[in-house]
Structures are given as structure tokens and as C-alpha cells.
Design a protein around this ligand. Structure first.
Ligand code: PAF
Length: 289
């Protein structure tokens, strides 16, 4: 595996390849990331991963400074997973001057859910991903970029960005990897105490219950079921709150645009999304119906 830190070195390392397959990460890799690397490998002639903790997507009170940085272990895991090139820019390699040009995503998609609770998050994500895509794919015939479905809204926002800017890149979704009890794998799971870890699966269980209730309502009330969703969502939030969680959102949306469903939407085309805090750890998860 070739490790490079600068954009010119990355481009030199990729000079012989025309169809890179790329997985951007913030490091602290776990089985979820490695599954993405393995999934993307057959889709290109070089497998590229990046590790960069992107300051632009953290709010001032968030965990940028304490975000786990596990460089040696990450390199070993990427090497074992068959990564060809690891791009690990230092901050000045990616932001040699303040990044005053930003990629502003569609507010209809980016100012809701995560964007409502983490204002500016998707601008930070889009800006760094555009820069990473430019670093990896400039001058290439085409390529593939893979993003995990655990960050459902992020995947949608980035898909739309790639489409609207007509980048010659196919965006592929990587299925969420889960621990044996059902907790979605995430670097932030490492913040959980032992007791919190045992409890953390309650978030995905709440999503499952809410999805089942939404499907049951759609069957029982073919035209009126969307009106019953707010009460079901509130009940789900109250259940989690009673167990010590602080909920940001727990909501049923349609997959096409993440807006609240209408009666004309099929109950099989929905996604249930949740974000909630257990102690100091904020977890997100989602489930398609
Ligand atoms: O999902 C992540 O890890 C990050 O948001 C990404 C896509 C690597 C951009 O920093």
C-alpha cells in the first residue's frame, strides 16, 4: 500500500490508473469501513482510501479535538483489506489557506434532520468531499466513490452533489455493518461506557418499532396513515427518553427526498431515521422499510 500525504503525490501514485475506486474516511477504522473497502475493490483498477478528520464539518462544541486518531492500526487494517493507495493529507495539504470557497448543498435536503441539529455540517462535508474527489479523480476517465448507508442523509446529499456537478463518478452505497446485538458500527461507539454500550442497541430497536408501526398504520389506514406518524414518532422519542436518551429526532421520511410521507407514497418506500444522545455520545442510525 502506497501512503501519500499531498495532492501531487496522490496524483503521481494514481498516474497509471484510469478508474479509481475510492472510500473517504475520517480514520479510526472499524469493520464497517473495511467492508466498504472490500466492496469497492472490484469496482476500480485501484482502491483508494483517505483518512482526514475534517475540521469544517464539526461545530465548535463538537468532538474535533478528541475524535479518535488511530493511525498505525488504520494503516495495518487498510493494508490487510487490500487498499492500493492511502491518501492521508495533513490539514495544510488540504487547506493550505482558509477554505473560503464552499460547496453549499440544497437546503431542502441539507438543512433538515442532521443539518437542523448540526448547522453547517453538510456544507463542511460537501466541501471536503468535493476536494477529495477532485484530488483522486481529476484527469481520470471515471471512477467510483463509496459512502456508508449509516450516514443516510450524507449519502443522499453527496449523491445529489455528484449528479448536479456532473462528476464522472458513480456513487455506491455501502450497507450498514452491525454488531451482534444490532448496534450500527460507528467510530463514536468507542465513546460509550460499558453500561451505555449495553444499552445502545435501543436506538436501532426504536427505529424497528417505529418502522413496524408505520407499516401497520399504512395497512390499517390507506389514506390517513401519514397523519398518524407524528404521534408514533413522539411516542418513540418518549420511550427512548424514559430510558435516559436525549433524542434529536426519530422520524419516518420518504426515501426519495427525506420529506414527511404523503398518502400517495408507498409504505415500502420509507426510511426511519434517528439521532440521539446517550451520555456524551451522539449516535445516528436508520432503517429502510
Ligand atoms: O462519513 C465520514 O466519515 C465523513 O463525513 C467523510 C465523508 C469522510 C467526509 O469527511
Amino acid at each position: 500500500m502506497h501512503i501519500v500525504h499531498t495532492i501531487p503525490d496522490l496524483r503521481a501514485a494514481l498516474a497509471a490508473y484510469q478508474h479509481p475506486a475510492f472510500v473517504p474516511t475520517m480514520g479510526n477504522l472499524h469493520e464497517g469501513h473495511l467492508a466498504l473497502v472490500r466492496q469497492v475493490q472490484p469496482l476500480g483498477d485501484a482502491t483508494v482510501a483517505s483518512i482526514f478528520v475534517n475540521r469544517l464539518q464539526f461545530l465548535p462544541h463538537e468532538d474535533f479535538d478528541s475524535y479518535p486518531r488511530t493511525w498505525e492500526a488504520d494503516c495495518a487494517q487498510l493494508r490487510a483489506a487490500g487498499c492500493t493507495v492511502l491518501f492521508a493529507p495533513r490539514e495544510p495539504d488540504l487547506y493550505p489557506e482558509p477554505q473560503t470557497f464552499k460547496v453549499q448543498p440544497d437546503p431542502l435536503l441539507a438543512d433538515i434532520l442532521e443539518g437542523q441539529f448540526r448547522p453547517g455540517f453538510f456544507t463542511g462535508v460537501c466541501t471536503v468531499v468535493m476536494k477529495l474527489l477532485s484530488a483522486v479523480f481529476a484527469g481520470k476517465a471515471n471512477g467510483t466513490a463509496l459512502f456508508g448507508q449509516k450516514d443516510y442523509q450524507q449519502l443522499m446529499v453527496l449523491r445529489r452533489m455528484v449528479q448536479q456537478f456532473a462528476l464522472p463518478i458513480t456513487v455506491v452505497a455501502g450497507a450498514t455493518q452491525r454488531a451482534a446485538d444490532g448496534l450500527a458500527l460507528s467510530s463514536r461507539n468507542g465513546y460509550l461506557s460499558e453500561a451505555e454500550r449495553a444499552q445502545a442497541v435501543q436506538l436501532s430497536q426504536a427505529l424497528r418499532t417505529l418502522a413496524d408501526q408505520a407499516l401497520a398504520a399504512a395497512q390499517a389506514l390507506p389514506t390517513a396513515w401519514p397523519a398518524s406518524l407524528p404521534a408514533l414518532e413522539q411516542q418513540a422519542q418518549q420511550t427512548l427518553a424514559a430510558r435516559g436518551w436525549q433524542c434529536d429526532y426519530l422520524t419516518v421520511r420518504r426515501r426519495s427526498d427525506l420529506q414527511p410521507p404523503q398518502a400517495s407514497d408507498s409504505a415500502g418506500s420509507l426510511v426511519v431515521l434517528g439521532a440521539a444522545r446517550l451520555g456524551r455520545t451522539r449516535l445516528i442510525d436508520n432503517l429502510e422499510t
